[in-house]
Design a protein around this ligand. Structure first.
Ligand SMILES: *[C@@H]1O[C@H](CO)[C@@H](O)[C@H](O)[C@H]1NC(C)=O
Ligand SMILES: *[C@@H]1O[C@H](CO)[C@@H](O)[C@H](O)[C@H]1NC(C)=O
Ligand SMILES: *[C@@H]1O[C@H](CO)[C@@H](O)[C@H](O)[C@H]1NC(C)=O
Length: 339
């Protein structure tokens, strides 16, 4: 059985645990891939944690999403493939706990929404099977608690609520949630739901104008009450007021090569981390102060290994480590990961 790995590089260092797994197990070149700079400088400090998780054999499919539940020290990984567990649960230290595949068809986005009273995780399902086109809430053991959407039936309806390839969601502590729907289906919309799943506001059109979308792929919030959406097909990030839904601005200048796939803020809120899938790259973009969006400014870049395809990412609320789900990093299989 798994033993504990401490996901920490020691005092004075920040680190990133990236889900790169087996691909790195046998590669001395990639092992040297490291970003370590002293805390005391203002630089962004990450190194690749090749020891996360302890045994990469658990990744039997293609990893599409990852969610960190820092309140309970858990990491949920969503993977796709035939006859495999779809959700893997690890400790933040990389110790495997359990897995499930019941009622999950084709997972896309995943979000840990635990409170002090309840451990839970939400999954957006883009499958066309009987559990597809839904957004589902599970407890930490894989029991289905809530289903949004019409299972197995894609659609554009709002009453009842329907989705088509829902891409991702972000849930606030209050239970209010922001959904991007979706990943190339019928809908190109951003919906805010209340904790009892009533629509509070929505932007629902396909297009290139402000507040319209083309593949809204990822969504996150900042501490200034703004909603950030990776509008991937339009190669931009759009920003909205979380209370009113008002459009606040857009960034286009950083994404001329490729649209953003994933958006999350660093723990200190200073940077927006943006994944670019085909470029296998993470951008660190300066987060603008409240009241202004301006242009985007890339402060730092992490070039990942070729073809690993970073899809969605999440940030530990405890350590600041970045976990990246990489679709392409699955074709290597390492039986003995060096310890
Ligand atoms: C669920 O996972 C188990 C292994 O954990 C596997 O044997 C089974 O075939 C999987 N079922 C589906 C429907 O993927
Ligand atoms: C959205 O608009 C783009 C560009 O005009 C088009 O390629 C795409 O098919 C449209 N999507 C839908 C769902 O209508
Ligand atoms: C990545 O490349 C594939 C294959 O060329 C393409 O279909 C896809 O649209 C690209 N994705 C992005 C986000 O650019």
């Amino acid at each position: 059985m798994a033993k504990f790995w401490v996901c920490a590089a020691g005092a004075g260092f920040f680190l990133a645990c990236l889900i790169l797994h087996s691909r790195f197990c046998g590669s001395p070149v990639l092992r040297n891939f490291a970003f370590q700079v002293s805390w005391r400088t203002e630089e962004i400090l990450y190194r690749l944690d090749v020891d996360w998780p302890e045994y990469s054999e658990y990744f039997t499919g293609a990893t599409f999403g990852v969610a960190v539940d820092s309140l309970n020290g858990l990491v949920y990984v969503a993977q796709r493939g035939d006859n495999i567990p779809k959700v893997l649960v690890f400790t933040e230290d990389g110790c495997f706990l359990r897995a499930w595949n019941y009622t999950v068809d084709t997972p896309h986005g995943i979000f840990a929404a635990s409170t002090l009273h309840e451990q839970s995780v939400w999954i957006t399902d883009v499958g066309s099977g009987s559990y597809g086109h839904t957004i589902k809430k599970y407890n930490s053991f894989g029991d289905l608690v809530q289903v949004l959407g019409t299972p197995g039936k894609k659609g554009t309806g709002l009453n009842p609520l329907q989705f088509d390839n829902p891409a991702e969601l972000y849930v606030e502590d209050t239970g209010d949630m922001y959904i991007v729907d979706g990943d190339g289906g019928l809908n190109n919309r951003l919906i805010k739901l209340s904790q009892d799943f009533m629509i509070l506001w929505l932007h629902g059109e396909n297009g290139t104008e402000p507040a319209k979308f083309n593949i809204p792929h990822s969504v996150t919030l900042d501490s200034a009450g703004r909603v950030w959406v990776a509008d991937r097909g339009n190669k931009r990030i759009q920003v909205f007021d979380k209370d009113t839904g008002e459009w606040l601005g857009a960034w286009t200048n950083c994404f001329t090569e490729e649209g953003p796939s994933s958006v999350r803020f660093t723990l200190d809120g200073k940077y927006l981390i943006v994944a670019q899938l085909n470029l296998s790259r993470l951008l660190f973009v300066a987060a603008p102060p409240a009241g202004s969006i301006g242009d985007c400014s890339v402060i730092s870049t992490i070039q990942l290994a070729d073809q690993v395809l970073p899809h969605l990412l999440d940030v530990s609320g405890k350590t600041g480590a970045i976990f990246v789900a990489e679709i392409g990093a699955k074709q290597f299989y390492c039986k003995i990961c060096s310890s």
